[in-house]
Design a protein around this ligand. Sequence first.
Ligand SMILES: O=C(O)CCC(=O)C(=O)O
Length: 250
Amino acid sequence: MADLFDNLGNILPFKLPKTDEYSAVWNEKWKGYDIYIPNGQLFFSEKFFSEKISDRSVEYFQENNNYDWRKKNWRDITQDEFNILDFTNIKWKQDTIKLYGKIIPLPRLTSWYGDGGKNYTYSGIESHPNEWNKGLLYIKEKVEEVAGTVFNSVLLNWYRDGEDHLNWHADDEKELGKNPIIASVNFGEKRDFIIRKNDDHSKKISIPLNHGTLLIMSGELQHFWQHSVPKRKTVKGSRFNLTFRKIGKL
Ligand SMILES: O=C(O)CCC(=O)C(=O)O
């Protein structure tokens, strides 16, 4: 399977089912793999962003006027305190959802940036975008070149440690359009991003998203596959995920 190797002989760092329906082809231009799966397509570039840019991003997301982010255990902070912390670059918030009549905090922190007027609702939470800043625009422009599209918003997720997670869902909201292109950028701790087929949950692929990894989801993927980021008790540090999207009119 020569396809599965890049020009240095590296192999795709995760397993695909060994049937004709799944294939991966090295894309020399963008230094990643074009991956074809039933009813969906992925692009995976493990080290899309350099170590320097990735390290700077981790710092950029945590810079604040209250604590030294290198030493701070963010678990110590209550949800209310979090919402009033003075972060320099990103307006992080601790959202809550109502589940069986109880208000519970989301198991991660979030922030939403985008063009004015592009409101977005997920898990029943309506988000109004913050205004783009320099750091986010830099990342956005880099991923747009590969994705071949222009994004108008980004959802940021901060997983403080391996306890923080994201449950099964698909990004299939109407305002994202029929077959959305979604670019996922990852910095900090490596976490597993799992996709499973809607009609057969035993069909799963576990994709390790690392410091600097870019993953682009496209085609019919959001209609036929769900994704999640499960808990990983051994992970002690922060991971930041940015999903760039294009929101249209309803
Ligand atoms: O953290 C990730 O890798 C996934 C994020 C995601 O799926 C979402 O925000 O909808």
